[in-house]
Design a protein around this ligand. Structure first.
Ligand code: AMP
Length: 329
Protein backbone atom coordinates (compact mmCIF):
# COMPACT_ATOMS: atom_id res chain seq x y z
CA UNK A 1 0.00 0.00 0.00
CA UNK A 2 1.52 3.32 -0.96
CA UNK A 3 1.80 6.21 1.45
CA UNK A 4 -1.21 8.08 0.08
CA UNK A 5 -3.42 4.99 0.40
CA UNK A 6 -2.26 4.60 4.01
CA UNK A 7 -3.17 8.21 4.75
CA UNK A 8 -6.63 7.74 3.27
CA UNK A 9 -7.14 4.53 5.22
CA UNK A 10 -6.27 6.25 8.51
CA UNK A 11 -8.52 9.21 7.73
CA UNK A 12 -11.41 6.85 7.05
CA UNK A 13 -10.88 5.08 10.38
CA UNK A 14 -11.42 8.20 12.51
CA UNK A 15 -14.60 10.09 13.31
CA UNK A 16 -12.73 13.04 14.77
CA UNK A 17 -9.97 14.80 12.84
CA UNK A 18 -7.91 17.84 13.84
CA UNK A 19 -5.84 19.82 11.35
CA UNK A 20 -2.59 21.59 12.33
CA UNK A 21 -0.19 24.01 10.67
CA UNK A 22 3.21 25.59 11.28
CA UNK A 23 4.03 28.76 13.22
CA UNK A 24 4.22 32.02 11.26
CA UNK A 25 1.36 30.95 9.03
CA UNK A 26 1.60 31.52 5.30
CA UNK A 27 -0.72 31.01 2.33
CA UNK A 28 0.36 27.42 1.82
CA UNK A 29 -0.19 26.13 5.36
CA UNK A 30 -3.46 28.02 5.74
CA UNK A 31 -4.64 26.96 2.27
CA UNK A 32 -3.75 23.31 2.81
CA UNK A 33 -5.26 23.19 6.32
CA UNK A 34 -8.51 24.92 5.35
CA UNK A 35 -8.83 22.65 2.31
CA UNK A 36 -8.23 19.44 4.26
CA UNK A 37 -10.95 20.48 6.72
CA UNK A 38 -13.41 21.42 3.97
CA UNK A 39 -12.83 18.37 1.80
CA UNK A 40 -13.20 15.98 4.72
CA UNK A 41 -16.31 17.73 6.03
CA UNK A 42 -17.94 17.68 2.60
CA UNK A 43 -16.89 14.10 1.89
CA UNK A 44 -17.78 12.64 5.29
CA UNK A 45 -20.61 14.72 6.80
CA UNK A 46 -20.79 12.47 9.88
CA UNK A 47 -17.14 13.14 10.84
CA UNK A 48 -16.11 16.01 13.10
CA UNK A 49 -13.25 17.83 11.35
CA UNK A 50 -11.72 20.84 13.10
CA UNK A 51 -8.99 23.38 12.47
CA UNK A 52 -8.68 25.11 15.84
CA UNK A 53 -6.33 28.06 15.65
CA UNK A 54 -5.52 30.83 18.09
CA UNK A 55 -4.65 33.42 15.39
CA UNK A 56 -6.84 34.81 12.67
CA UNK A 57 -5.71 34.09 9.13
CA UNK A 58 -4.65 37.67 8.40
CA UNK A 59 -4.55 38.36 4.66
CA UNK A 60 -5.79 34.79 4.10
CA UNK A 61 -9.01 35.34 6.05
CA UNK A 62 -10.90 35.20 2.75
CA UNK A 63 -10.29 31.43 2.88
CA UNK A 64 -12.31 31.03 6.07
CA UNK A 65 -11.75 31.09 9.79
CA UNK A 66 -10.68 28.72 12.50
CA UNK A 67 -12.95 26.61 14.66
CA UNK A 68 -13.86 27.34 18.26
CA UNK A 69 -11.80 25.79 21.04
CA UNK A 70 -12.94 22.35 22.18
CA UNK A 71 -12.15 20.48 25.41
CA UNK A 72 -8.78 18.68 25.38
CA UNK A 73 -10.65 15.40 25.89
CA UNK A 74 -11.81 15.62 22.28
CA UNK A 75 -8.30 15.32 20.94
CA UNK A 76 -7.74 11.95 22.55
CA UNK A 77 -9.50 9.60 20.16
CA UNK A 78 -8.74 11.73 17.14
CA UNK A 79 -6.23 11.77 14.32
CA UNK A 80 -4.09 14.85 13.70
CA UNK A 81 -3.27 15.94 10.16
CA UNK A 82 -0.27 18.28 10.21
CA UNK A 83 0.36 20.13 6.97
CA UNK A 84 3.46 21.91 5.68
CA UNK A 85 5.48 21.50 8.87
CA UNK A 86 8.96 19.97 8.79
CA UNK A 87 9.52 19.38 12.50
CA UNK A 88 7.40 19.04 15.62
CA UNK A 89 8.82 22.14 17.25
CA UNK A 90 7.27 24.25 14.50
CA UNK A 91 3.73 22.90 14.84
CA UNK A 92 1.84 25.95 16.05
CA UNK A 93 -0.54 24.14 18.43
CA UNK A 94 0.97 21.49 20.67
CA UNK A 95 -2.32 19.67 21.14
CA UNK A 96 -1.47 17.56 18.09
CA UNK A 97 0.46 15.39 20.55
CA UNK A 98 -2.77 14.48 22.38
CA UNK A 99 -4.12 12.79 19.26
CA UNK A 100 -3.90 9.04 18.89
CA UNK A 101 -2.31 9.13 15.45
CA UNK A 102 -0.55 11.82 13.45
CA UNK A 103 -0.43 12.22 9.68
CA UNK A 104 2.31 14.48 8.31
CA UNK A 105 2.01 15.97 4.81
CA UNK A 106 4.94 18.21 3.96
CA UNK A 107 7.16 19.44 1.16
CA UNK A 108 10.08 20.80 3.21
CA UNK A 109 13.47 19.05 2.97
CA UNK A 110 13.88 16.21 5.48
CA UNK A 111 15.63 17.22 8.70
CA UNK A 112 17.30 15.33 11.52
CA UNK A 113 14.52 16.35 13.90
CA UNK A 114 11.82 15.98 11.27
CA UNK A 115 10.68 12.46 12.00
CA UNK A 116 7.20 12.55 13.46
CA UNK A 117 3.86 11.06 12.70
CA UNK A 118 2.30 7.63 12.38
CA UNK A 119 2.56 8.14 8.66
CA UNK A 120 4.62 10.84 6.97
CA UNK A 121 4.33 11.82 3.31
CA UNK A 122 7.25 14.14 2.69
CA UNK A 123 8.18 15.20 -0.82
CA UNK A 124 10.55 18.18 -1.06
CA UNK A 125 10.24 18.21 -4.84
CA UNK A 126 6.68 19.55 -4.56
CA UNK A 127 5.81 23.21 -5.02
CA UNK A 128 3.66 23.27 -1.91
CA UNK A 129 1.84 21.23 0.70
CA UNK A 130 -1.33 22.40 -1.04
CA UNK A 131 -0.23 20.63 -4.23
CA UNK A 132 0.17 17.41 -2.22
CA UNK A 133 -3.19 17.75 -0.49
CA UNK A 134 -4.85 18.45 -3.85
CA UNK A 135 -3.27 15.38 -5.41
CA UNK A 136 -4.21 13.19 -2.44
CA UNK A 137 -7.91 13.89 -2.86
CA UNK A 138 -8.23 14.72 -6.56
CA UNK A 139 -6.95 11.36 -7.71
CA UNK A 140 -9.50 9.40 -5.64
CA UNK A 141 -13.17 8.64 -5.99
CA UNK A 142 -15.47 9.73 -3.20
CA UNK A 143 -13.88 13.03 -2.19
CA UNK A 144 -15.74 16.28 -2.68
CA UNK A 145 -13.55 19.21 -3.70
CA UNK A 146 -15.82 22.21 -3.93
CA UNK A 147 -15.01 25.78 -4.84
CA UNK A 148 -13.94 26.77 -1.31
CA UNK A 149 -11.41 23.97 -1.00
CA UNK A 150 -10.19 24.44 -4.58
CA UNK A 151 -9.59 28.15 -3.92
CA UNK A 152 -7.71 27.40 -0.71
CA UNK A 153 -5.45 24.91 -2.49
CA UNK A 154 -4.96 27.22 -5.46
CA UNK A 155 -3.95 30.00 -3.05
CA UNK A 156 -1.40 27.72 -1.38
CA UNK A 157 0.12 26.68 -4.70
CA UNK A 158 0.22 30.21 -6.12
CA UNK A 159 1.77 31.79 -3.02
CA UNK A 160 4.36 29.05 -2.36
CA UNK A 161 5.46 28.88 -5.98
CA UNK A 162 5.87 32.64 -6.42
CA UNK A 163 3.04 32.62 -8.93
CA UNK A 164 4.39 29.50 -10.69
CA UNK A 165 7.90 30.96 -11.04
CA UNK A 166 9.98 28.85 -8.64
CA UNK A 167 11.83 25.79 -9.87
CA UNK A 168 9.68 23.55 -7.67
CA UNK A 169 6.93 24.01 -10.25
CA UNK A 170 6.56 20.81 -12.26
CA UNK A 171 4.21 19.53 -14.96
CA UNK A 172 2.29 17.88 -12.12
CA UNK A 173 1.84 21.27 -10.39
CA UNK A 174 0.28 22.56 -13.58
CA UNK A 175 -1.95 19.47 -14.04
CA UNK A 176 -3.21 19.75 -10.46
CA UNK A 177 -3.79 23.46 -10.86
CA UNK A 178 -5.77 22.81 -14.03
CA UNK A 179 -7.98 20.36 -12.13
CA UNK A 180 -8.52 22.90 -9.35
CA UNK A 181 -9.58 25.46 -11.94
CA UNK A 182 -12.09 22.90 -13.23
CA UNK A 183 -13.44 22.69 -9.68
CA UNK A 184 -14.47 26.32 -9.78
CA UNK A 185 -11.58 28.55 -8.63
CA UNK A 186 -12.41 32.21 -9.15
CA UNK A 187 -8.92 33.37 -10.07
CA UNK A 188 -9.82 37.04 -10.26
CA UNK A 189 -11.15 36.92 -6.70
CA UNK A 190 -8.16 35.01 -5.32
CA UNK A 191 -5.59 37.21 -7.07
CA UNK A 192 -7.40 40.32 -5.86
CA UNK A 193 -7.16 39.15 -2.25
CA UNK A 194 -3.52 38.17 -2.59
CA UNK A 195 -2.07 40.90 -4.76
CA UNK A 196 -4.06 44.14 -4.59
CA UNK A 197 -2.03 46.54 -2.51
CA UNK A 198 -2.99 49.33 -0.12
CA UNK A 199 -1.45 52.73 -0.71
CA UNK A 200 0.53 52.68 2.57
CA UNK A 201 2.05 49.34 1.54
CA UNK A 202 3.14 50.79 -1.78
CA UNK A 203 4.82 53.67 0.09
CA UNK A 204 6.49 51.10 2.33
CA UNK A 205 7.67 49.20 -0.75
CA UNK A 206 9.31 52.40 -1.98
CA UNK A 207 11.01 52.66 1.43
CA UNK A 208 12.28 49.09 1.06
CA UNK A 209 13.91 49.84 -2.28
CA UNK A 210 15.30 53.08 -0.92
CA UNK A 211 16.95 51.31 2.01
CA UNK A 212 18.03 48.13 0.25
CA UNK A 213 21.77 47.49 0.16
CA UNK A 214 23.91 45.02 -1.74
CA UNK A 215 27.01 43.29 -0.39
CA UNK A 216 30.25 43.03 -2.31
CA UNK A 217 29.50 39.58 -3.71
CA UNK A 218 25.79 40.03 -4.34
CA UNK A 219 23.44 39.70 -1.37
CA UNK A 220 20.58 42.20 -1.49
CA UNK A 221 19.30 42.96 2.00
CA UNK A 222 17.16 45.29 3.99
CA UNK A 223 16.60 45.90 7.70
CA UNK A 224 13.09 46.73 8.97
CA UNK A 225 12.49 47.81 12.56
CA UNK A 226 9.38 47.94 14.72
CA UNK A 227 9.40 51.73 14.28
CA UNK A 228 9.37 51.34 10.48
CA UNK A 229 6.30 49.09 10.69
CA UNK A 230 4.58 51.65 12.91
CA UNK A 231 5.55 54.52 10.64
CA UNK A 232 3.85 52.89 7.66
CA UNK A 233 0.94 51.54 9.72
CA UNK A 234 1.72 47.95 8.88
CA UNK A 235 1.28 44.76 10.85
CA UNK A 236 4.32 42.56 11.30
CA UNK A 237 3.02 40.05 8.76
CA UNK A 238 2.34 42.74 6.18
CA UNK A 239 5.80 44.24 6.67
CA UNK A 240 7.51 40.84 6.43
CA UNK A 241 5.96 40.24 2.99
CA UNK A 242 8.39 42.72 1.45
CA UNK A 243 11.16 40.12 1.22
CA UNK A 244 9.86 39.30 -2.24
CA UNK A 245 10.64 42.81 -3.45
CA UNK A 246 14.34 42.01 -3.23
CA UNK A 247 14.07 39.03 -5.55
CA UNK A 248 14.69 40.82 -8.83
CA UNK A 249 18.09 42.47 -8.34
CA UNK A 250 20.50 41.54 -11.13
CA UNK A 251 23.69 40.00 -9.75
CA UNK A 252 22.17 39.24 -6.34
CA UNK A 253 21.86 35.48 -5.96
CA UNK A 254 20.60 35.81 -2.38
CA UNK A 255 18.36 38.32 -0.72
CA UNK A 256 17.57 38.74 2.96
CA UNK A 257 15.08 40.64 5.00
CA UNK A 258 16.02 41.35 8.63
CA UNK A 259 12.91 42.34 10.53
CA UNK A 260 12.34 42.95 14.25
CA UNK A 261 10.60 39.81 15.47
CA UNK A 262 7.74 41.43 17.33
CA UNK A 263 6.18 38.02 17.96
CA UNK A 264 9.20 36.73 19.87
CA UNK A 265 9.34 36.85 23.66
CA UNK A 266 12.84 38.34 23.35
CA UNK A 267 12.58 41.87 21.97
CA UNK A 268 16.15 41.65 20.65
CA UNK A 269 15.28 38.85 18.22
CA UNK A 270 15.49 39.65 14.53
CA UNK A 271 13.64 37.42 12.10
CA UNK A 272 15.76 36.58 9.09
CA UNK A 273 14.01 35.71 5.84
CA UNK A 274 16.55 34.21 3.43
CA UNK A 275 15.91 33.65 -0.26
CA UNK A 276 18.11 32.62 -3.17
CA UNK A 277 18.24 31.54 -6.76
CA UNK A 278 20.51 28.74 -8.10
CA UNK A 279 22.37 28.18 -4.78
CA UNK A 280 20.98 26.72 -1.54
CA UNK A 281 20.82 28.79 1.66
CA UNK A 282 19.06 26.46 4.12
CA UNK A 283 22.44 25.43 5.60
CA UNK A 284 22.95 29.04 6.72
CA UNK A 285 19.47 29.17 8.27
CA UNK A 286 20.04 25.89 10.08
CA UNK A 287 23.17 27.30 11.74
CA UNK A 288 21.07 30.18 13.11
CA UNK A 289 18.07 28.66 14.83
CA UNK A 290 16.17 28.13 11.60
CA UNK A 291 15.68 25.98 8.54
CA UNK A 292 13.50 25.67 5.51
CA UNK A 293 13.85 25.02 1.81
CA UNK A 294 16.97 25.16 -0.33
CA UNK A 295 15.91 28.52 -1.79
CA UNK A 296 13.60 29.89 0.92
CA UNK A 297 14.53 29.62 4.56
CA UNK A 298 13.91 31.40 7.82
CA UNK A 299 16.19 31.95 10.81
CA UNK A 300 16.45 34.05 13.95
CA UNK A 301 19.31 36.39 14.81
CA UNK A 302 19.40 36.79 18.57
CA UNK A 303 21.45 40.00 18.35
CA UNK A 304 22.49 42.60 15.76
CA UNK A 305 25.92 40.93 15.74
CA UNK A 306 24.36 37.61 14.75
CA UNK A 307 22.47 39.37 11.95
CA UNK A 308 25.81 40.74 10.70
CA UNK A 309 27.23 37.24 10.94
CA UNK A 310 24.40 35.76 8.86
CA UNK A 311 24.92 38.44 6.23
CA UNK A 312 28.66 37.72 6.14
CA UNK A 313 28.09 33.96 5.84
CA UNK A 314 25.60 34.48 3.02
CA UNK A 315 27.97 36.84 1.22
CA UNK A 316 30.74 34.26 1.49
CA UNK A 317 28.41 31.54 0.15
CA UNK A 318 27.59 33.72 -2.86
CA UNK A 319 31.28 34.43 -3.44
CA UNK A 320 32.04 30.69 -3.43
CA UNK A 321 29.12 29.90 -5.68
CA UNK A 322 30.01 32.55 -8.22
CA UNK A 323 33.65 31.51 -8.31
CA UNK A 324 32.76 27.88 -9.04
CA UNK A 325 29.72 28.20 -11.29
CA UNK A 326 28.76 29.84 -14.53
CA UNK A 327 25.44 30.84 -15.99
CA UNK A 328 24.09 32.86 -13.06
CA UNK A 329 22.85 36.37 -13.64
P1 AMP B 1 10.10 32.46 6.20
O1 AMP B 1 11.00 33.40 5.55
O2 AMP B 1 10.09 32.58 7.71
O3 AMP B 1 8.73 32.44 5.61
O4 AMP B 1 10.67 30.98 5.95
C1 AMP B 1 10.80 30.45 4.66
C2 AMP B 1 10.56 28.96 4.70
O5 AMP B 1 11.42 28.36 5.67
C3 AMP B 1 9.12 28.56 5.08
O6 AMP B 1 8.75 27.47 4.29
C4 AMP B 1 9.24 28.16 6.51
O7 AMP B 1 8.30 27.14 6.78
C5 AMP B 1 10.67 27.64 6.63
N1 AMP B 1 11.21 27.95 7.95
C6 AMP B 1 11.28 29.17 8.53
N2 AMP B 1 11.81 29.10 9.77
C7 AMP B 1 12.07 27.79 10.01
C8 AMP B 1 12.61 27.06 11.12
N3 AMP B 1 12.98 27.65 12.24
N4 AMP B 1 12.72 25.73 10.99
C9 AMP B 1 12.32 25.10 9.85
N5 AMP B 1 11.83 25.72 8.77
C10 AMP B 1 11.70 27.04 8.83
Amino acid sequence: MDIKQRIIRIIKEYDRIFVFRHERADGDCIGAAVAVRQILKDSFPHKRVLFVDSEDFGMYSFLGSSDEEVPEEEYKDAVAIVVDTANEERISDKRYSLCREIIKIDHHPEREDGRYGTVAWVDPSRSSASEMVAELFLEREGFVIGQEAAEALFTGIVTDSGRFRFNSVSPQTMKITAMLLENGVDTEKVYSYIYLTDCNVLKYNAFIYDNMKITENGVAYVRVTKEDMEKFGLSYDEAAEAVKLLSCVKGALCWIMFIDDVKSSDSKDIRVRLRSRFMPINDIAERHDGGGHAHASGATAHSPEEAEQILAETDESVRKYKSTHEGWM
